[in-house]
Ligand binder design. Structure first.
Ligand code: GTP
Ligand code: MG
Length: 213
């Protein structure tokens, strides 16, 4: 199976491969947002069958990111815990990264979950400071996962995802995050789901398209 079907998409992969060659990714976020899932997908092309909390940093089994038959190579894959006690490990990962992906539960923010909102705000207070301290800022992405729990997302046709993202950006907490991440030019927002391999591919594709832009 190819990574994503369709010739228009396949053509773009050349640019993406060049843009990603040798890049280091940092995948950060609270517990259960999908970090291990994403690291596993990027290193093996498959997704974990069950949830096991990450406690200590784990080196991903492949030393480079290889997406199926596509020659996408990223230098390192370290999977960190979402526990707040792991902020020191997050920082270390952040400081070496070319691309920083901050994962959060988009469904919970849309539902107005105050606990998730507070945690996200706290995370971004840390990450924002680290980003500001970098001489050359890495690309920063806010990645909203678990959208499959939002009925509106599920019924959305592929061509309307832009409207959905626009509405998400207008949530006060999201505009606060984007501001903390350096503004709309610097901080990209990507929404989707990691429920199935196909969902995960679609989300990763959206991310990689914007790494190149
Ligand atoms: N339905 C659905 N499940 C998801 C999504 N993203 C992740 N999951 C599931 O949520 C659970 C937690 O995902 P993990 O990748 O292990 O979470 P983590 O961020 O590594 O969490 P910690 O290691 O505890 O910090 C797993 O069972 C995933 O399969 C999503 O977008 N939708
Ligand atoms: Mg984990």
């Amino acid at each position: 199976m190819s990574f994503l079907a369709g010739t228009t998409i396949a053509l773009k992969w050349d640019d993406i491969q060049v843009a990603l060659k040798g890049k280091r990714l940092a995948i950060l976020g609270a517990r259960g947002v999908g970090k291990t899932h994403l690291v596993r997908f990027l290193t093996t092309g498959s997704i974990p069958a069950e949830y096991k909390q990450t406690v200590a940093p784990e080196k991903a089994s492949a030393s480079r990111f290889q997406l199926k038959d596509l020659n996408i190579k990223v230098k390192d894959a370290l999977d960190v815990s979402g526990d707040k006690a792991a902020y020191a490990e997050w920082k270390e990962l952040h400081d070496q990264a070319d691309v920083v992906l901050y994962l959060l539960r988009a469904d919970r923010l849309i539902a107005g979950d105050a606990v998730v909102e507070a945690r996200v705000r706290d995370d971004l207070r840390h990450i924002g400071g680290w980003l500001d301290a970098r001489q050359q800022r890495p690309k920063f992405f806010v990645i909203g996962t678990h959208c499959d729990f939002d009925a509106e997302f599920v019924s959305l046709s592929a061509d309307r995802i832009g409207d959905y993202v626009d509405r998400f950006r207008r949530l006060p907490i999201v505009s606060e995050l984007v501001g903390r991440g350096g503004g709309a030019q610097q901080a990209k927002v990507v929404l989707g789901s990691l429920k199935t391999v196909a969902d995960t591919e679609a989300l990763v594709y959206q991310i990689f398209m914007q790494v190149t832009s």
